[in-house]
Design a protein around this ligand. Structure first.
Ligand SMILES: CC(=O)SCCNC(=O)CCNC(=O)[C@H](O)C(C)(C)COP(=O)(O)OP(=O)(O)OC[C@H]1O[C@@H](n2cnc3c(N)ncnc32)[C@H](O)[C@@H]1OP(=O)(O)O
Ligand SMILES: O=C(O)CCC(=O)C(=O)O
Ligand SMILES: [Zn+2]
Length: 394
């Protein structure tokens, strides 16, 4: 499908949209390390960082070097790998953290501080005046070291909008490279995201990054809305791993974006590496890839009901918005069940190199359905029924 005829592409009139030119901040080695099951050895971090780099992510975000001694040395080690992706580390808005971060060899520093009443009162206990002063101090310090610097307000969607815009205006005025919006508790919906990004865009001159938790199931939708509103960078992690049930998943986000911006996504990211990347991380954190995962879930390209199977055999676009081949995956017609139809069975008869008329295929389909009413069928069961039917005819 060419972009101009793609109904899911952003409208050319949508001047602020970054759907066709977004970047990824991959946070499996930061947010993902906050996933309950995660423990990454140095070797595993290196393996994951290399795989993310090979996939084509723009940035790799690492855990704060002040989290532990090993976190700091791992950060230094990954910086020395010579990856194409820029390496970031993520710190609190405090000079103690910033001083350690700039010595690790990272390309940039992501600094964050809670701005909502909840976090101001119960997390760090600081007012907006303090936040503003410490943000200026940290930003100017990191900039003086020649590194990229991003300032983000944690819990943005539960923060006072005037406070938010004031702090973003302040950091933009002193030349921060990016500002970040974070839906830390996953409370935002796509419309709120669009509105906040649009508002923010009118007060800052730098790029906007967004970070969405998935507590209420909106992380991918919110990321898309953010790009529509003019955000440029989206935080993702492999399988979405992170605090609680995590953030925007890399794979699901790729699924969303390939539909909207196929040329950009296919040329920029090695989509065929997605499955290996997900398996690598799933194994490292001892989880299974979810059965309903976009793209790589075991049945993501399996078609079962007879009506679907017939149309898919005629033209896969009837029931597929994604082409499995773009991801090195294959589609599968599940014909061994009572919901099957004669078109699916005819296709199986052809695969078995048997000759049956359409009426004969319809007859054998009824036999298959009859047994399928009593028990689960396997492919071998159906093949045996077809072969027996065929030999009875001879
Ligand atoms: C929403 C997010 O995911 S933000 C990223 C979260 N990442 C992490 O927490 C990284 C891993 N964390 C750690 O290893 C530890 O929490 C450390 C090293 C950062 C701090 O450890 P400790 O000094 O033992 O403090 P603890 O974790 O109990 O409390 C957090 C401290 O940071 C302060 N703080 C919290 N957020 C911020 C912030 N954004 N900027 C500045 N200070 C902050 C809190 O006030 C508290 O300070 P206190 O020592 O005066 O109570
Ligand atoms: O730094 C950020 O923008 C996000 C921090 C974070 O993980 C969150 O707020 O959930
Ligand atoms: Zn987060």
């Amino acid at each position: 499908m060419s972009v101009s005829s793609n109904p899911y592409a952003p409208s050319p009139l949508d001047l602020v949209s970054n759907v066709n030119k977004f970047q990824l901040i991959e946070s499996t080695l930061r947010e993902g390390e906050q996933f309950a099951n995660a423990f990454f050895s140095t070797e595993k971090k290196i393996e994951i960082a290399r795989a993310l780099d090979d996939f084509g992510v723009d940035y790799i975000e690492l855990t704060s070097p002040v989290a532990s001694e090993q976190s700091r040395t791992d950060c230094e080690t990954i910086c020395k790998l010579g990856l194409k992706a820029k390496i970031l580390t993520h710190i609190r808005c405090h000079m103690d953290d910033a001083k350690v971060a700039v010595e690790t060899g990272v390309d940039g520093v992501d600094v964050v501080i809670g701005t909502s009443q909840f976090l101001r009162q119960f997390s760090h206990g600081k007012d907006m005046n303090y936040i503003s002063k410490s943000a200026i101090e940290v930003i100017e310090f990191v900039k003086s070291k020649g590194l990229e610097i991003r300032f983000s307000s944690e819990d943005s969607f539960r923060s006072d909008i005037v406070d938010l815009m004031n702090i973003y205006k302040t950091v933009s005025a002193i030349g921060v490279d990016r500002v970040g919006i974070a839906d830390t508790v996953g409370c935002a919906n796509p419309r709120q995201v669009y509105d906040l990004v649009r508002t923010l865009k009118s007060v800052v001159s730098c790029d906007i990054e967004c970070h969405f938790h998935d507590d209420t199931g909106c992380a991918i939708g919110n990321a898309y809305s953010a790009l529509e509103g003019g955000a440029k960078l989206i935080d993702v992690s492999v399988l979405g791993i992170g605090e609680r049930n995590g953030i925007t998943p890399l794979g699901g986000f790729m699924a969303r974006m390939i539909v909207a911006a196929p040329d950009y996504v296919k040329s920029k990211y090695k989509l065929r590496k997605l499955r290996d990347l997900e398996n690598l991380v799933a194994e490292a954190v001892e989880v299974n890839v979810p059965f309903n995962n976009p793209i790589t879930g075991f049945c993501a390209f399996t078609h079962k009901a007879g009506i679907h199977a017939k149309a898919i055999l005629a033209n896969p676009s009837t029931y597929e918005i994604l082409d499995p081949h773009d991801f090195g995956m294959k589609r599968y017609i599940h014909f061994a069940n009572r919901l099957t139809g004669w078109n699916a069975i005819k296709s199986r008869v052809e695969q078995l190199n048997l000759q049956l008329t359409d009426d004969q295929v319809k007859d054998v389909t009824l036999k298959i359905k009859k047994i399928g009413d009593v028990r689960q069928l396997s492919i071998d069961d159906v093949d045996s029924i077809i072969k027996e039917f065929h030999s009875d005819l001879q």
